[in-house]
Design a protein around this ligand. Structure first.
Ligand SMILES: *Cc1c(COP(=O)(O)O)cnc(C)c1O
Length: 461
């Protein structure tokens, strides 16, 4: 399997090169040249497989430059860190199924991808005798999952900038309590955008980037999407153990990574009736799907902060397919976005979009109400992101369909909001209780690019 860019500017490359490249060198995103198909017969033969075995079946179809034994070992090691034997179990609550993606070390679904990516990086770097210095900005979830994905790994250092005092308490502790020598937390007196801007500036300095082998861990890495395709298959196998109703997924969406993984699963032949794209007030993708309106607005802060995004980076991967794999059309769309703040599609393209997805936006009031109501009716606590997906499913998906709602974070990770909704404290799992009182290491800094650069140079491995 070879990988190409949505902008058409690179020769096809191998899986390992795609992992190391991250963002395509022509500014596009990398995609496989084709999607392997899984037949109904093959799917049926996967029923008895463990999560790790399903992961190997899916992932190995995209990887032909890592020996099977090594790939199995990487997969097994990545998911051994999960606290549930099924890795991503599905539980039934009243009329919906909840796909619990939060049993990893940082209690959010990003662990599913970043545990795997951390091990992949280490494996490829060792083979190539290279080193990598990861720099990233986070509003909370990506940073903590990335830090836990690479902590203690050979050949890798990681520097994560987060806005000081603006993440949830648990998110901050999950980052700063990792005191491995290769992990560097920088708390910036400023906003997430300040952090993001400084990281962009560092990456924009190509000489600096080369000299210090900078790498990124944001959701544009193909390996992250690939790791997430697995749980769509796994969840489908579990729910169809007990029902024949058409299967639908509701996906709380920010960067379009998670839902794109669902789209890939469908392209591979997984029988999925509908993919529901759920947004909060930052609803550009909902406006696009329902009203053909992809125009940029400002970012609004909500109780589901990991979905507070206007420009969904992975959306470009979908556009590439929507535009019949024509890289010039993709480039043209992003030029239009830059110049006019919007992307326009033809009527035929919009028909295709509505064939692929349905969508609704859930506001904060409804999100908090859903946490309360769902708990009252089922005794099950949703985190605010998962609540957006559940509310969207209840509103939009027919009750006689199998409705699988992706639970992207554990409620204890956003306990401030859940408590605000319920009116009383959320029980903390052991892994959260253990965080309190752990020693922490974190550099608190002004939003000053020179200071950040200095700190980076002084601390690389
Ligand atoms: C990152 C994140 C999302 C959004 O996922 P995307 O892949 O960016 O669409 C939703 N919920 C939680 C808890 C997250 O951390």
């Amino acid at each position: 399997m070879r990988y190409i860019s949505t902008r058409g500017g690179i020769q096809p490359i191998s899986f390992k090169d795609a992992v190391m490249m991250g963002l395509a060198s022509d500014g596009g995103l990398l995609l496989p040249q084709s999607y392997p198909t899984i037949t109904q017969e093959q799917l049926e033969s996967w029923r008895q497989l463990s999560y790790q075995e399903v992961a190997f079946e899916v992932i190995s179809r995209y990887v032909d430059d890592i020996p099977a034994g090594d790939l199995k070992e990487l997969i097994n090691r990545s998911y051994a860190t999960f606290s549930h034997p099924e890795v991503t179990p599905v539980v039934k609550k009243d009329g919906v199924y909840i796909l619990e993606l939060f049993h990893g070390v940082t209690l959010a679904f990003k662990d599913v991808a970043l545990q795997f990516l951390g091990n992949l990086f280490e494996y490829i770097l060792a083979e190539r005798k290279q080193t990598l210095n990861i720099i990233g900005a986070t509003s909370g979830d990506t940073g903590s999952a990335a830090i836990h994905g690479v902590r203690g790994k050979k050949g890798i250092s990681i520097f994560i900038l987060h806005p000081y005092g603006k993440t949830s308490a648990v998110q901050a502790m999950q980052m700063t309590s990792v005191t491995d020598a290769n992990v560097h937390n920088i708390a910036v007196r400023g906003t997430f955008d300040d952090c993001q801007d400084m990281v962009k500036e560092l990456f924009g300095d190509l000489e600096f980037k080369e000299k210090y082998s900078l790498g990124a861990v944001n959701s544009i890495n193909w390996a992250r999407v690939l790791a997430q395709v697995v749980y769509y298959f796994y969840a489908w196998l579990r729910v169809t153990d007990e029902t024949d109703a058409p299967v639908t997924f509701s996906v709380p969406t920010g960067n379009f990574g998670d839902i794109f993984a669902g789209y890939v699963a469908k392209r591979m032949g997984l029988p999925v009736e509908t993919l529901l794209l759920a947004t909060n007030e930052n609803n550009i993708l909902t406006r696009f799907i329902n009203e053909s309106d992809y125009s940029l607005g400002g970012v609004v802060s909500t109780v589901s902060p990991s979905m507070d995004i206007q420009i969904a980076s992975n959306f470009e991967r979908y556009l590439f397919h929507l535009f019949a794999e024509n890289p010039d059309k993709v480039t043209g769309a992003f030029t239009e976005l830059k110049e006019h703040g919007r992307i326009t599609c033809t009527t035929a393209e919009m028909t295709q979009v509505r064939n692929d997805f349905c969508s609704t936006s859930v506001n904060q009031l409804a999100t908090l109400q859903t946490i309360r109501d769902f708990f009252a009716e089922t005794g099950y606590l949703l985190d605010p992101h998962s609540a957006v997906g559940v509310k969207a499913a209840l509103d939009l998906l027919p009750a006689d369909f199998t409705r699988i709602c992706l639970a992207t974070a554990h409620p204890a990770k956003f306990s401030e909001t859940v408590e605000q909704s319920l009116g009383y404290p959320v029980p903390a799992p052991e892994s959260v209780k253990e965080l309190y009182g752990k020693p922490t290491r974190c550099e608190i800094m002004d939003a000053d690019i020179d200071k950040v650069r200095e700190f980076f140079i002084a601390n690389i491995g």
